[in-house]
Design a protein around this ligand. Structure first.
Ligand SMILES: [Fe+2]
Ligand SMILES: [Fe+2]
Length: 451
């Protein structure tokens, strides 16, 4: 039984028989145009059919034509069709590079078989005119709060989105109760309103960190912590089995959107004011990652190096892998660890990247590299790779700076909390990053910042 609309046009290009075999049954009922042989491909480029394709599936069967060249030649012709690259060839497979160069997604068979199946179904069953929805988490919702975007809920039975709360309406106490009772994990917001959703979430965070709600300090801290956890909740809650490239892309994009609103568009004013403000947040009111995220973005702005948005994202995600370490090790300082403990601790970097991969979070390469490098040192004595000099990327260095800075300036039992200048001097003496960048970091501090 096929549910594919016969009016859906699919173009297949450069697909070897074994690749075609992997998806042909999902296309049953659609109008498929196949241009897989070399001569066909030449024809396609010279005389492309003027059809509206709902999906393009491309393989690597044409010798001498790289997937990227293929992507670029077809993307110009059919800019709006979802465009999948499918291969059995693990060597040189790099999803990020393909996506950057024009493919909507890339699938490595056989492991991506199920995701491919879902992707094809989604492309062929969806109504082209229907709004595109993003799955999001509503942060810290309270009764009578007003939302500036429509909240929809997906009914799996009818494969339909229904509007649950309209923009401009208040959330009723009953609705809040319902969310809680049914443990609604995510709601849907139309892509066109996603900016409003980011602004809303950023405002919630700001509100919680500013204690404008008249709640007790404990309640405020609890709410703030769970709010930050909510932001990255997709990473914690989605089991890797249910993660798809699409859900991963969405989660990563939501994180980026929110950190951008929260950190960059927060209070107006120069970077240093925002830095001091972030540092004033009491003790552990923020999770450490959220602070590192703030600091990394702000150092990036102050130093005019790297992308603040990418660094904020990297800061938020960099220590995800710590959750896989034993609880007692998570609390310890590097200096207090035994040799064995330290060896184990070093693995958290790999654990983080593994979680990102498993959750299929599609994040920029620079973000991934920064995360991988956040414990490296400029002289090559860091871990896990011991990279040195220019191999230590700008993003990696700024994240390392922000991570150390957070450690030195946060309130911790039995430890002196350093001022901005003291912390930067200490990091400078430890030779963590490029001495030139360190010099600049100290130079850009306002003159009266020694307190
Ligand atoms: Fe770390
Ligand atoms: Fe860290």
């Amino acid at each position: 039984m096929s549910m594919v609309d016969p009016k859906k046009n699919v173009l297949t290009v450069a697909c070897a028989p074994e690749v075609k075999e992997s998806f042909i049954s999902f296309l049953e009922g659609a109008n498929v145009l196949d241009y897989s042989a070399y001569e066909d491909f030449e024809n396609l480029i010279e005389d492309p059919p003027e059809k509206d394709f709902h999906l393009i599936l491309a393989g690597a069967a044409i010798e001498g034509l790289s997937p990227i060249e293929l992507a670029q030649s077809l993307k110009m012709q059919y800019p709006s069709a979802p465009f999948f690259f499918i291969t059995h060839q693990r060597d040189g497979f790099d999803r990020k590079v393909y996506v950057k160069n024009g493919f909507t997604d890339a699938y490595l068979l056989p492991i991506d078989f199920q995701v491919l199946q879902k992707g094809i179904r989604a492309a062929l069953l969806s109504d082209a005119n229907a709004p595109v929805y993003r799955s999001v988490k509503l942060l810290d919702i309270q009764p009578n709060m007003e939302l500036n975007f429509d909240v929809s809920i997906f009914l799996p039975g009818n494969k339909k989105y229904i509007k649950y709360i309209s923009a401009g309406d208040e959330i009723s106490p009953e609705q809040v109760e319902k969310f809680k009772k049914h443990r609604v994990q995510s709601v849907h917001v139309a892509e066109t309103q996603i900016k409003s959703f980011y602004q809303f979430t950023a405002k919630r965070l700001e509100h919680l960190s500013g204690n404008k709600g008249g709640m007790s300090e404990t309640e405020r801290q609890e709410r703030l912590q769970s709010a930050v956890r909510e932001i990255v909740t997709d990473l914690f809650n989605n089991t890797s089995a249910s993660a798809t490239t699409t859900s991963g892309k969405e989660a990563a994009e939501n994180v980026r959107g929110i950190v951008k609103e929260f950190i960059l568009n927060r209070t107006p004013g120069p970077w240093y004011e925002k830095l001091s403000e972030a540092m004033d947040d009491k003790g552990d009111a923020y999770s450490r990652s959220s602070k590192v995220s703030n600091y990394a973005a702000l150092f990036s702005i102050g130093l005019e190096m790297g992308s603040p948005e990418d660094l904020a994202t990297a800061g938020l995600l960099h220590d995800l892998g710590m959750q896989d370490l034993p609880a007692n090790l998570q609390q310890k300082d590097e200096e207090e660890m035994t040799k064995e403990e330290f060896e184990f601790y070093k693995l958290h970097v790999d654990f983080t990247l593994r979680i990102i991969r498993e959750r299929k979070l599609i994040i920029p390469t620079s973000v991934q590299t920064a995360i991988l490098q956040h414990h490296e040192k400029f002289d090559g004595t860091g871990f896990p790779k011991g990279v040195q000099g220019s191999k230590f990327t700008i993003e990696g260095q700024i994240l390392a700076l922000a991570d150390r800075f957070e450690g030195l300036t946060s309130i911790q039992a039995g430890k002196k909390r350093l001022t901005t200048l003291e912390a930067l001097r200490k990091i400078q003496n430890q030779g963590v990053i490029d001495p030139e960048i360190m010099k600049k970091a100290i130079k850009i501090l306002p003159k009266d910042s020694s307190d």
